[in-house]
Design a binder for this molecule. Structure first.
Ligand SMILES: C[S@@+](CC[C@H](N)C(=O)[O-])C[C@H]1O[C@@H](n2cnc3c(N)ncnc32)[C@H](O)[C@@H]1O
Length: 240
């Protein structure tokens, strides 16, 4: 299983090594900023929140997240692809955000020390299909953490033309091809109040919900979920 995961990660790195230089001009408009923005809004961010953008890529959601968390919050961008993260780094530097940590790691293995208030999975299909990744990520959650995800899915079966298009997009950007009927399916057991919205002839989904109690690591959840009110040094020693 570990070998499979490593091979899959290698394939993903290879794919995004090629996509990284043109991702923002080619893929991002295709995927849809409006849906990404909707997903971030559904996280209900407040100033001081700690957010993980899982499979953050070039950072196309960072501006929306930054607006929600303010200077006292912290954003962890996690991605397997060093080349995608290079683009994200350039964005962070150009915007002068000093509350962003970029982590080149897999969602299955990343370790984040502070309790996380919100997780975003924006067009991160491969991660959503990995229960290993979800278990690992949600260990780091604070009580009542919010989760939102958006991405592509199959249109109704009879819409063959649209499904051909979805097939082509998935081939280009996903390493895992399964799960396109209900890409958020593996989130179901973790979330209460799961809300689903569909757009673009049902080819785009946005889901959101609250992590169920007990999902998070017992040690983390026993810790008072209290970052200091002023947010000061809550992130002094992140693992990354
Ligand atoms: C389609 S891009 C989405 C990027 C960004 N979230 C967006 O909305 O534009 C998918 C990203 O997920 C990353 N990824 C795929 N599998 C991953 C994994 N297991 N752990 C971390 N990142 C992963 C890829 O490297 C890629 O940058």
């Amino acid at each position: 299983m570990l070998t499979n995961m490593r091979t899959q990660h290698e394939l993903t790195r290879e794919k995004y090594r090629r996509h990284a230089p043109s991702y923002d001009s080619v893929a991002a408009p295709l995927l849809g900023a409006a849906y990404q923005h909707e997903a971030v809004v559904l996280l209900g961010l407040v100033p001081g929140d700690v957010v993980v953008d899982v499979g953050c890529g070039t950072g196309s959601n960072f501006a929306s997240i930054e607006r929600g968390i303010g200077e006292k919050g912290h954003l962890f961008g996690v991605d397997l692809s060093p080349e995608m993260l290079e683009q994200a780094r350039a964005l962070v530097d150009s915007r002068g955000w000093d509350n962003v940590s970029l982590i080149n790691a897999s969602a299955e293995e990343v370790q984040i020390r502070p309790s996380v208030d919100a997780f975003l999975f924006s067009f991160a299909h491969d991660v959503l299909q990995s229960s290993h990744a979800l278990h690992n990520l949600f260990k780091h959650a604070s009580k009542g953490a919010r989760v939102a995800a958006c991405g592509i899915k199959w249109a109704p079966w009879w819409n063959l033309a649209l499904n051909l298009y979805i097939f082509q997009v998935a081939q280009q950007y996903h390493t895992v091809q399964k799960g396109l009927s209900e890409p958020w399916g593996q989130l179901r057991p973790f979330l209460s109040n799961l809300e689903l919205r569909l757009w673009a002839f049902e080819t785009i989904y946005v889901v959101s919900g609250t992590l169920k109690q007990g999902t998070q690591d017992p040690v983390q959840s026993a810790r008072p979920n209290a970052a200091p009110d002023d947010g000061s040094d809550r992130l002094d020693s992140p693992q990354y």
